[in-house]
Design a protein around this ligand. Structure first.
Ligand code: EPZ
Length: 418
């Protein structure tokens, strides 16, 4: 297993290009199940999760061919085979094949997912949405077995905002008979871009981005081409890296309108930056002010930026607090940051961070994707060497992270393990 070695102390400077969004492209790939044919997706990030999902889709008869950041998908031969545990367990987003398979074939068998290490990751809201649309859903030795044709449009009010459940419900409803209304639907840009892709395929969806989606079922859909939106979490991660190292960095290709809560938090922490046409220029080096932030569904402060912000607040002058409202115990990075000299105390949903102003390098272990990113950021600023093991967690969601950081002057190397 590869590891990353980071030597702290470099001030980042220069320009970094943001890749396409992992959480946008994964449901779009699954949407190709809904209509047989050839698709061309642009700005597809080079990520482990994309490779993993492509392998899963291949077991369903879908062929993919990558040409740089363009991915050609041919779903002509898709068949409703079972989505097997060995692939599904490594990536929770695999559950996105459930809705499309059920909508297209009236039947789906999908292994219960695995995914990141923290807390239980239930999919009850996904399954309840399929049942609401008229499917019979049962658990068969660890595999979800859902059947029902045709699906019948209905109103579904999600008790909590769920990105995945919203995506699955939309992909099931687009071929249902009649109208489906999804209340408390996720407003994340990745779900809006999925809806726009489905509309390009001939679906009828109103209220995109509003929290209430109205879907008029159609008899069939057709392939469409699309360009994947930029990854707002990757962008936020590089903004924090710049602020942390006091560098002057241009983050290019991000969409500021997808980053409003993140930019507001960084501005409140004293980070100076300016936005101009697809670029965000960070002027690092100012004092970091303490902050209290709560993670919320979009457009609130994203849970996927929680760990990265925590690293920054270790350099705040005073006490900060981050409340993690989305996932129970998404604080796996706290013990590792404390081993690097951080002073963070977790009480329930809150992490209390005391600005220590310095960190020391240490051997640490990556756990979930964003916790790992926070450890890389900490290594950039820590004195001495930080070695991050199990770096495959990072490769799931960050394209060529060591190349991009080294391109900004970061002293970071991948140590390949046979
Ligand atoms: C998506 O996960 C993202 N993954 C996550 O990003 C992100 O952290 C999360 O949304 C929240 O924004 C992808 O898009 C592939 P949820 P998802 O359903 O869909 C609970 C990353 O780093 N819940 O919005 O799994 C759930 O436990 C990853 O890129 C249920 O209770 O998240 C959580 O507490 C990590 N029952 C809350 O809802 C369900 O059926 C929000 O989860 C589904 C979810």
């Amino acid at each position: 297993m590869d590891s990353l070695r980071v030597e702290g102390g470099a001030r980042l400077a220069g320009t970094v290009d943001i890749s396409g969004s992992k959480n946008a492209v994964l449901p779009m790939l699954c949407a190709t199940i809904l209509a047989p044919g050839e698709y061309t997706l642009g700005n597809v990030p080079l990520l482990r999760d994309v490779t993993t999902l492509s392998s899963l889709l291949r077991t369903l008869g879908i062929r993919t061919h990558r040409e740089g950041h363009t991915l050609r998908v041919d779903s002509t031969g898709v068949v409703p085979n079972e989505a097997h545990y060995d692939l599904v367990r490594t990536m929770r987003a695999s559950v996105y094949v459930l809705g499309p398979l059920l909508a297209r074939f009236g039947h789906a068998r999908v292994s219960l997912p695995g995914g990141c290490a923290w807390g239980p990751r239930p999919i009850d809201l996904h399954l309840k949405a399929m049942e609401a649309l008229g499917a019979a859903v049962r658990l068969d030795h660890g595999t979800i077995d859902a059947s029902g044709a045709p699906l019948i449009g209905t109103r579904i009010d999600f008790p909590i905002s769920s990105v995945g459940a919203t995506g699955n419900a939309v992909m099931a409803a687009v071929l249902a008979e009649g109208k489906t209304v999804l209340g408390n639907a996720a407003r994340e840009p990745e779900i809006s871009s999925l809806c726009e892709f489905l509309v390009a395929m001939g679906a009828r969806i109103d209220g995109i981005g509003s929290g209430v989606l109205e879907i008029e079922g159609v008899a069939e859909l057709h392939p469409a081409d699309a360009v994947v939106i930029p990854d707002r979490i990757e962008a936020g991660t590089y903004l924090v890296a710049a602020a942390l190292t006091g560098g002057d960095v241009t983050v290019r290709g991000a969409r500021s309108d997808h980053l409003e809560a993140t930019l507001a938090a960084l501005r409140s922490a004293g980070v100076e930056f300016e936005e101009r046409g697809g670029e965000i220029v960070v002027r690092g080096g100012g004092e970091i002010s303490p902050l209290r932030v709560e993670t919320e569904p979009y457009p609130g402060f994203p849970t996927d930026m929680q760990a990265q912000l925590m690293t920054l607040l270790l350099f705040g002058r005073g006490k900060s607090e981050i409340v993690e409202n989305i996932f129970p115990d998404r604080f796996k990075h706290v013990p590792e940051l404390n081993r690097m000299g951080g002073s963070i105390r977790v009480e329930g949903k809150s992490a209390f961070i005391r600005g220590v102003g310095a960190l020391t390098g240490a051997p640490v272990m990556a756990s979930d994707l964003r916790a790992s990113a926070a450890l890389v950021l900490a290594g950039l600023i820590a004195s001495g060497t930080t070695r991050i093991s199990r770096v495959y967690h990072i490769d799931r969601g960050y394209e060529r992270i060591e190349e991009k950081l080294a391109g900004l002057g970061g002293r970071i190397w991948r140590v390949r393990r046979s």
